[in-house]
Design a protein around this ligand. Structure first.
Ligand code: SF4
Length: 382
């Protein structure tokens, strides 16, 4: 038996491995697909994407989402615009209102801080809490928020108005904050701040999404370290519903436009590694609109969720990458022997166990889901 295969056996038996041993397995996974990672059930969440503001105080080397207030594409949604989008989404069977936005723009843009002040808010997070509250009062959608690095008290406040939250860890490497690297001039991307936030979410019992970004200048060892850090947090708190394995895509006009995308073999090996490290502790998700390999190759490697897919709005973070047509996706997956079901932004486990979501959402959630915690067939939409 090859040394790497012996290691794989050891890992499958639940024995912990050294980082160098995971690196050996990573090399094996480039040319070998373990048969035990393939799920029978694949899920997605029917969502609408609301970029509450695209102003941001950070300047990630790969981002085209963030704008400066003086750019013509800078935009902050008013509450009536939010509710208009939500109304259309509801008519199309969406259940999740995903708020994704820039981080703390009020700290660097006085004109935006003034705009918030005129509306009666001291910060973007206060405005976000108000927006979620309005969505809860006027629709059947469940807010999920992804607003960057939050403090304990902000998360505690947000927990009352949104069903779940998320922040990408991206990577634990502090090297990526250095000059010329992806997170230069990005105070909110400091890995220690992100890890602290993920742990705080665990303490607050918030169903949580996180993930790593692959190909932003990190090395494979740092990827392994990132996955191990997430595993340690998940073993302690159990609140991480899903870990996204996202491939970097270079975009024109960004500092990283000339960086190479991760090679498909490397990316698939990273998915296998994530499944090996995290096992059944959480769900592995990969965005289907960014895929460079057939989607069933992702599934064979351990992905069992395709995240939020919207029938209404684009992926504002990756506007060049349209989401797959859901009817087509269902047909494709079923042709390859997978079941494809709709879930809410809160995964079944966190619905079945008490104490994960605020009581205010329980009525809506019970109406949507069946015994299995997935969306009832009568509400499912493809
Ligand atoms: S990726 Fe997020 S944090 Fe980074 S610049 Fe874009 S919006 Fe800001």
């Amino acid at each position: 038996m090859l040394y790497a295969e012996e290691l794989l056996l050891k890992a499958k038996e639940g024995k912990s491995l050294a980082i160098d041993e995971y690196l050996e397995l990573y090399e094996l996974f480039k040319s070998y697909t373990p048969s035990c990672f393939k799920p029978s059930l694949v899920t997605y969440s029917r969502k609408v994407f609301i970029p509450l503001t695209n102003l941001c105080r950070d300047s990630c080397g790969y981002c085209t989402f963030a704008k400066k207030p003086w750019e013509s594409s800078a935009k902050t949604y008013t509450i009536s615009e939010v509710l208009e989008v939500v109304k259309k989404a509801e008519a199309l069977g969406c259940k999740e209102a995903l708020f994704s936005l820039g981080d703390k723009p009020e700290l660097v843009y006085p004109e935006y801080a003034e705009f918030l002040k005129k509306m009666g808010f001291k910060s973007t997070i206060e405005y976000l809490i108000h927006a979620c509250d309005q969505v809860n009062k006027s629709s059947a959608l469940l807010p999920h928020v992804n607003p960057g690095t939050l403090s304990w008290s902000q998360m505690k406040e947000l927990r009352r108005v949104c069903a779940s939250m998320g922040v990408m860890l991206e990577n634990v490497s502090e090297r990526l904050m250095e000059k010329g690297m992806a997170h230069e001039n990005c105070p909110d991307k400091h890995p220690r701040a992100r890890l602290a936030m993920i742990k705080a979410a665990g303490n607050l019992r918030i169903p949580f999404t996180t993930g790593i970004l692959v190909g932003i200048g990190e090395n494979v060892r740092e990827r392994v370290e990132s996955l191990l850090a997430l595993r340690a947090i998940q073993e302690q708190f159990g609140h991480i519903q899903e870990v996204i394995i996202q491939n970097f895509r270079p975009k024109k006009g960004t500092r990283m436009e000339r960086f190479n995308e991760p090679d498909t073999r490397d990316f698939l090996a990273t998915i296998s590694l994530a499944k090996l490290v995290l096992g059944d502790l959480t769900t592995i998700q990969a965005p289907p609109n960014l895929a460079r390999a057939p989607l069933y190759a992702y599934l064979e490697r351990g992905v069992s969720d395709f995240g939020g897919i919207s029938p209404l709005t684009m992926d504002y973070i990756n506007p060049e990458a349209p989401w797959p047509h859901l009817g087509w996706l269902k047909k494709e997956l079923e042709a390859h022997g997978f079941k494809f079901r709709e879930r809410l932004c809160v995964y079944p486990r966190y619905i079945k166990e008490k104490g994960w979501v605020d009581d205010v959402f329980l009525g809506k959630i019970k109406e949507y889901v069946g015994e299995d915690g997935l969306v009832k067939p009568k509400w499912e939409a493809f």
